[in-house]
Structure formats: structure tokens, C-alpha cells
Design a protein around this ligand. Sequence first.
Ligand code: ADP
Ligand code: MG
Length: 232
Amino acid sequence: MAQDVPGRVSDAVVAARGVRRVFGSDVVLDGIDLTLHSGEIVALVGRSGSGKSTLLRTVAGLDRGHEGRIDVDGSVAVAFQEPRLLPWKRVHRNVSLGLPDGDGKRRAIEALGEVNLGHRVDAWPLTLSGGEAQRVSLARALVREPDLLLLDEPFGALDALTRITAYELLIRLWRRHGFAVLLVTHDVEEAVLLADRVLVLDDGRIAHDVAVTAPRPRQRADPGVVALRTQV
Ligand code: ADP
Ligand code: MG
């Protein structure tokens, strides 16, 4: 709800109304209304198979089989649980893929620096750890200077400690760049930790839309996991 996010200056990056998606006889999305405001972090939770990824892909424009209306205002970038890097291209080339020639490499290196991978720009993807590969995926999203970052279970494959550093990184980038985030996760704890608002997808609909009021890492000077981070 608009009034639940303090300090908001402007408006919807995404406005979806009556979105319906059917696969065969299976109604996966059954009238979704969704508004994401600029700069807010919204988590979308729900059981496996509830349609989270379908909704995310629909908002991203990667799935075009829906009925209903979706307005997206601004540029969008997506990152998935699997980083999906091209193994035959060096890390910086994976990041700059699809960007105009010219300053693509410089921008890729800058984005890789932001995700603490300045030392890995020339590496091959297969030599990366899972956490590094996920950060490359984040850099690939960042380099597109998104107004909206769509994340589909981005931390799901990471071990617990790596995941904590990834939370910190996401929040740091969010603070610096101010993009809105739609975070798909099945981890309710993660949703509450990171998001302003948690949406629960059930039976094809947004069953709950809950403002998070507990202190979150973003509201402190730094995430409260700095101590843990030194052990990673
Ligand atoms: P979640 O991400 O919440 O686990 P998904 O959005 O991946 O759920 O899937 C929701 C439902 O839609 C599942 O029943 C899945 O099998 C079905 N589904 C997703 N994509 C397709 C597709 N391309 N073709 C047919 N069925 C699909
Ligand atoms: Mg999914």
C-alpha cells in the first residue's frame, strides 16, 4: 500500500491488473493485481508450484501468454537461482553481453567491482564458486542500470553463510542504486528480513499483502551480520 512505505517520492514501476495465466487446463495466475513502487523491496512468497516464477517471468516480459494488463515503467533486469553464465565467455563478457559495443567492458568491470569481483573479471565461469557465479549474475543485472530488479530465488543455491553476505550485498547495492526489487523466494524468513512488503501467492492470487515493520538490515548502519561475515 502506497502509504506504508515512508519517504516514497514517486510511483509505480509496475502496475499489473487482472493478470491471468493458464497452462492447458491449469490456471496458474488467476487475477493478479500488483503494484510495485519505485525503490521498494517486495518479496513474493508461496508454495512450490504456486506460480511465483510464472508471475516474475510475466512481469519481466519473458512469458507473454497472459491475459490482463501489465505496465512497467523503467528498465528491468532479472537474475535467477541458476546464474546461467555462458561457459565459453570470460566473466566480463558474460556481464557485458547484449550491451552496445564501446564502453561495455568498462561498465562490466565497474559492475563486477560493485559485487566484489574486481579480481575475477577475466576468469572463466566454470572456475567460479557458486556465490561468485551468483554475484556475476547480479553484476549482469546491475550493468543494465535497472529501475526494477527481478530476482527468482537468487539465494536458494547458496550455503547459509554465503547467503548472508549476499543479503548484505543486495542491500548495499539497493541503497546505492535505489532500484525496486521483486524478490521471489520460498523462504519466509528471508522475505521478512529483506523486504518492505511481503506478498503471499496462493491459489493463483495474492492472498496476503503484508507490510514488514520489523527492523531490517537496510534500516541499520549495516546489516547486523557483519560479525558473521568475517568468518566467511
Ligand atoms: P513456482 O515458481 O511458485 O514454484 P511456477 O511459476 O514455476 O511455480 O509454476 C507454477 C505452475 O505452472 C506449475 O504447476 C508449473 O508446472 C506450471 N508451469 C510453469 N511454467 C509452465 C510452462 N511453460 N508450461 C506448462 N506449465 C508450466
Ligand atoms: Mg519458481
